[in-house]
Design a protein around this ligand. Structure first.
Ligand code: SF4
Length: 355
């Protein structure tokens, strides 16, 4: 079949050709993606020791898929003080975390200083910890809320100690689906523009895609190809993370959930299409640890990290509230036939465990 030959010759696929990949049977697709994964990483599977911090759930936006924001179904509002954030980061650091992953809701009451001050305090006290913080949606929110340009917000982040950006807020780029899902939040063009500007500052970021809700396969392919196009220009994405939609406690009435097959196919297709983004992450917090382990054979080479605590996905039903123990994580990777490799936030290898 021409399509398979094209993938094997490592030629780029068009939107239509990429959509046709979904028609291949799961094992053919898995084999094609695994070949690329093995060429690049052999049997290595990456993870890091990190701590997620979600400092506030008060949000000016109303995304239909969100179960985290306090302005929706969740009556329990909270905003952490800098001292609380610093204490969490310090405890995590003392327990071996090398990264804090900080993502907040769009709190209109806290002021930009609250956001930036938290990063600065962490960096002053723990200079070696990597701060991954501020999605493009947060950057866009702060820019609109405080009348700053994207450049000004991004420069403030760097001055305050942010090292890299997470990939959240991308959801699905298709404008029609996006309008229904999260009208009012950062637009697709602006999401891409913010990451471009971040990359132009010599900084790296992740990219995500939220799938399994109301989007079509064509919407997913379009999303991935828009990322491929930006990556050709900047080279600043270090990982792509397909996030599986979580169904609980939100206002998006999705009747049909994705099958495991469809999720694995999406990982495999991401690996095949994104020849210019090094790592494909099966984020176990949304895929479940079992499916993430299988995804290692369908193109994924990264399983994220130990997380420790997580509030956003777990509010919508994911089993990530308390993270995962590092030794258990390592054993799971080993027992699935892969080599666990601890990495830092920029994918430098820190240590690995023999099989
Ligand atoms: S997804 Fe983020 S921006 Fe949207 S409502 Fe939830 S917390 Fe707010």
């Amino acid at each position: 079949m021409d399509l398979i030959k094209k993938v094997k010759r490592r030629e780029r696929l068009t939107q239509k050709e990429a959509e046709a990949l979904y028609e291949l049977d799961l094992f053919t697709l898995g084999e094609l993606a695994d070949e690329i994964r093995q060429e690049r990483f052999g049997k290595k599977s990456y993870f890091n020791i990190n701590r997620h911090i979600n400092p506030t759930n008060i949000c000016a936006d109303v995304c239909k898929f969100c179960a985290y924001s306090a302005s929706r179904k969740n009556p329990h509002q909270y905003t952490m003080s800098h001292e609380e954030i610093l204490e969490i980061a310090t405890t995590a650091y003392n327990n071996g975390a090398k990264e804090v992953h900080i993502v907040s809701a769009h709190n209109p009451n806290s002021g930009i200083e609250w956001y930036m001050g938290a990063f600065k305090k962490i960096k002053d006290k723990l200079p070696s910890i990597h701060i991954k913080a501020m999605t493009a949606a947060e950057v866009d929110f702060l820019s609109r809320q405080y009348g700053l340009s994207y450049d000004e917000v991004l420069d403030r982040m760097i001055e305050s100690g942010v090292d890299s950006m997470p990939g959240g807020g991308a959801e699905i780029f298709d404008e029609k689906v996006r309008e229904y899902l999260c009208k009012g939040k950062v637009g697709s063009t602006e999401w891409l523009e913010i990451h471009q500007k971040w990359h132009e500052r010599g900084k790296e970021s992740n990219a995500t895609m939220l799938f399994g809700h109301i989007e079509s396969r064509a919407n997913r392919i379009d999303h991935i190809l828009r990322l491929r196009e930006l990556q050709d220009r900047t080279g600043g994405f270090n990982a792509f993370i397909p996030l599986v939609y979580q169904k609980d406690n939100n206002f998006l009435k999705v009747q049909q959930y994705l099958t495991g097959q469809e999720i694995l196919k999406t990982y495999a297709i991401s690996r095949i299409l994104l020849d210019n983004i090094s790592h494909i992450k099966a984020y176990w917090a949304t895929a479940s640890i079992n499916l993430a382990l299988i995804a290692q054979e369908f193109g994924a080479d990264d399983l994220d990290g130990t997380i420790e605590k997580e509030s956003i996905q777990s509010a919508a039903g994911a089993e990530s509230r308390n993270g995962i123990d590092m030794n258990e994580f390592i054993n799971l990777i080993k027992n699935s036939g892969f080599i666990p490799v601890e990495r830092d936030s920029l994918y430098n290898e820190v240590r690995y465990w023999k099989m």
